[in-house]
Design a protein around this ligand. Sequence first.
Ligand code: GUN
Length: 294
Amino acid sequence: MSAIVIDGKAAAQKIRAGVKVRAAALREKGVLPCLAVILVGEDPASLSYVGAKEKALTEAGMASRDIRLPQSTGEGELLALIGQLNRDPAIHGILVQLPLPAHIGEDTVIAAIDPAKDVDGFHPFSVGSMVLERPGFLPCTPLGVLTLLRELPLTLAGAHAVVVGRSNIVGKPLANLLCRRDLNATVTLCHTGTRDLAARCREADILIAAAGKPGLISGGMIKEGAAVIDVGVNRVADPAAKKGFRLRGDVDFESALERAGWITPVPGGVGPMTIAMLLQNVLRAAEQQEQGHG
Ligand code: GUN
């Protein structure tokens, strides 16, 4: 058996087309949806991510305010900037690219963002709203994963979803969302302390790899016919590649293909969906602020 490879690019393109239409409607009313994108330092992966986000915003008929700050930027300086952006009515969303330099407190910075502009869904208020199943911004990567899963001809309700990885950005929110009443999956959250990871993974109808370890999940760890979603974006050295590296997921794609029912590739799976969900969140932020309840 060979798995069906899920085309994340095509799914993302559909969403982006819908966002573009709604953004045009907002512009008709004189509102240009705008995301402030803050990058501190010059981490190469972060530079590539923020570039992709800014390009996608422009293509969707929205704007980005690109703010690049030196590695030496102080926490106070960054907090003051966020305060200004919170008060600026032309800015509908604020994204601080992570990770931040070690001398800046990530928690303090995220907590300074107005939850009405928290399109990443990282603010404790957004996280609390998510857990309590109240309205609020949901984080983009988990939302992208759920959107892909909903397109598959499988029933989430009652299915066993195994999430590997407990990051604040992906693993924890995904585990939370999957067991919401409207999705109703049974969730196991695995991490570095999990005994017999392979056995836990083999129990999964839906297996989500978000550990940040290239090739961690091999075909032998996958139940026949499972849906496998690979969130890993790992740069591995490859002298034959133009940039000297290539992207590899947390799943060993070749062996997984033989066992899974569906699988997302890396690149071209979850990555494009994350950006599409960010566009959706920025648009929603602008719509809500235009209606005066942002
Ligand atoms: N770093 C890695 N992923 C993300 C993300 O989704 N948002 C932000 N702000 N930083 C990240």
